[in-house]
Design a protein. Structure first.
Length: 267
């Protein structure tokens, strides 16, 4: 039986690479992206199906979920890979800080809306070692009270949220994992002066390839057994990666789930 994978952020980078590798292995791949031309081009190249959604609008996420539920009777893998670093603080169409919405609220909403198809699925979240310079504060998820600092701490905090969301899914009986792909030489952080400078001084040789970055995602999607408990965060292929202390406070994962559900109007 053909397996089905939904990969968000699949119009470029590690998402596109993972889509190609899974499709080559015989999977039916839903290629989810924001850019219509790139998303359709990747879907055509790998033989998958293109789905469009802009995570700046939660209504796009709701429409995406409805389309996926209509298209697929079963889902084997959901890879929440879309997101990134946003250099200048901004607000989404829904009134939320954009880093929080793109990296956490949108995948949180999509996953919850797809839960009727995910009972036997493996859910994978693209996190980051950058979680270590984040700081999760439930009283300031939107970064209204803290200095922005080029968005790096907000980005790291959103990856703490990815890890906690993974743990909460595991507590609810789903098979879920998060992973750090490594610093991948893609379009990540192209608006950040720090990233542009680092790329300049390295001659655009900073970071690993998209293929290397996609390897943990492909491994988690295809491995018969991961050998570790559901909810585990991987640093590359190595389980039990380091997690910021703000993610370890008692009750924080459940509190984040409740607040996230409130912010996306999910009952």
């Amino acid at each position: 039986m053909t397996k089905t994978a939904i990969i968000t952020g699949a119009s470029s980078g590690i998402g596109a690479n993972a889509a190609g590798r899974l499709a080559a292995a015989g999977w039916d791949v839903a290629v989810v992206g924001r850019n219509p031309e790139r998303t359709r081009a990747v879907a055509e190249e790998v033989g998958g199906t293109a789905f469009l959604a802009d995570y700046d609008r939660l209504d796009d996420v709701r429409a995406l979920a409805a389309s996926l539920l209509d298209r697929y009777d079963g889902i084997d893998v959901l890879a929440n890979n879309a997101g990134g670093l946003i250099h200048a603080r901004g607000v989404s169409a829904d009134g939320h800080e954009r880093t929080l919405q793109h990296n956490h609220l949108a995948p949180f909403l999509l996953t919850n809306l797809l839960l009727p198809r995910l009972a036997e699925a493996r859910i994978i979240g693209t996190a980051s070692v950058a979680n270590l310079f984040g700081s999760l504060r439930l009283d300031d998820l939107e970064w209204r009270r803290r200095p922005w600092q080029g968005g790096w701490r907000a980005y790291g905090t959103s990856k703490i949220a990815t890890i906690l969301f993974t743990q909460s899914l595991a507590q609810r009986g789903f098979e879920a994992y998060a992973f750090h792909p490594g610093y991948v030489a893609t379009s990540f952080g192209v608006d950040s002066p720090l990233v542009r400078f680092a790329n300049f001084v390295s001659g655009n040789r900073l970071g690993i390839s998209a293929e290397q970055g996609a390897t943990p995602l492909v491994h988690l999607a295809t491995a018969t057994e991961t050998g570790v408990p559901s909810g585990t965060y991987f640093d590359g292929l190595k389980p039990f990666g380091r997690i910021d202390g703000s993610a370890k406070k008692p009750g924080v994962a459940e509190a984040l789930w409740a607040e996230s559900a409130r912010l996306v109007s999910l009952t």
